[in-house]
Design a protein around this ligand. Structure first.
Ligand code: CA
Length: 244
């Protein structure tokens, strides 16, 4: 049984989602406004949040960022009627781990929620760390270091990076990454992966630029039509010796 917060102002959708999740054995708190969502999030940690982006009292993306700050380890899935690609990307960049586009079916909802909860319960079981060049990912404490300095990542960004680093030098298909990091082969939320890869690249290069001299950031190569590969560090280039 998981603790789930459902933030949805639409009675029809909210009622359906709540009865579906309760029927699956979960403890569901259904709130209909941003103010109530804040109150519930401040009171207790939840395992998963389903967040409707179109709420009457707050901007959905602002609330998404707030909930992410308040509950950094929860799984945050946005429910969006906004079909525009940009809105989905903004939501993912505001801290959501994934999204469901309305209208969605009960089966899709359940498959998605179960997969996320399964993934969340698995993380923390491993006790190992992986390295690639100056980058180290410590899975047991869920921390990432670049040349010894910590890089703060969101939960799914960390999962994605550790998966890539654990197979550094090997090509990983989109399906493998979606399955290993998000827990299932989705019904088409392919932007989720690309936005998270972009965020990880940005965080690593920002972290590198703060150090002097900047460490070499291992590259996440895009493999067109296939997936991604974490590149192994290039061998040090030989520096010409000064003439004596
Ligand atoms: Ca709404």
């Amino acid at each position: 049984m998981a603790a789930i917060m459902l933030v949805e102002d639409d009675f029809t959708i909210g009622g359906l989602v709540m009865s579906t999740l309760r029927g699956d054995g979960h403890d569901v708190a259904w709130v209909r406004s941003g103010a109530d969502a804040r109150r519930v999030a401040a009171r207790r940690p939840v395992d998963l949040i389903l967040l409707d982006l179109g709420l009457p009292d707050v901007d959905g993306l602002d609330l998404c960022r707030e909930l992410r700050r308040a509950q950094s380890e929860t799984v945050l899935v946005m429910l969006t009627a906004r079909r525009e690609e940009m809105d989905v990307i903004m939501g993912l960049e505001s801290g959501a781990d994934d999204y469901l586009t309305k209208p969605f079916g009960v089966d899709e909802l359940l498959a998605r929620v179960r997969a996320h909860l399964r993934r969340a319960s698995q993380t923390g079981d491993q006790a190992s760390s992986y390295s690639c060049g100056d980058l180290t990912v410590d899975v047991s404490v869920r921390r990432c270091f670049l040349a010894g300095k910590e890089v703060v990542l969101r939960s799914k960004e960390f999962d994605l990076l550790s998966r890539l680093v654990s197979s550094a030098g090997h090509a990983l298909s989109r399906e493998t990454l979606m399955s290993d990091v998000w827990g299932a082969n989705w019904f088409g939320s392919t932007k989720t992966l690309d936005v998270h890869v972009a965020a990880v690249r940005r965080r690593l290069s920002q972290a590198a630029s703060l150090q002097s001299p900047p460490p070499q950031v291992p590259e996440i190569a895009t493999l067109r039509g296939f997936g991604y590969r974490m590149e192994l560090p290039r061998p040090e280039r030989e520096t010409p010796r000064p003439r004596t």
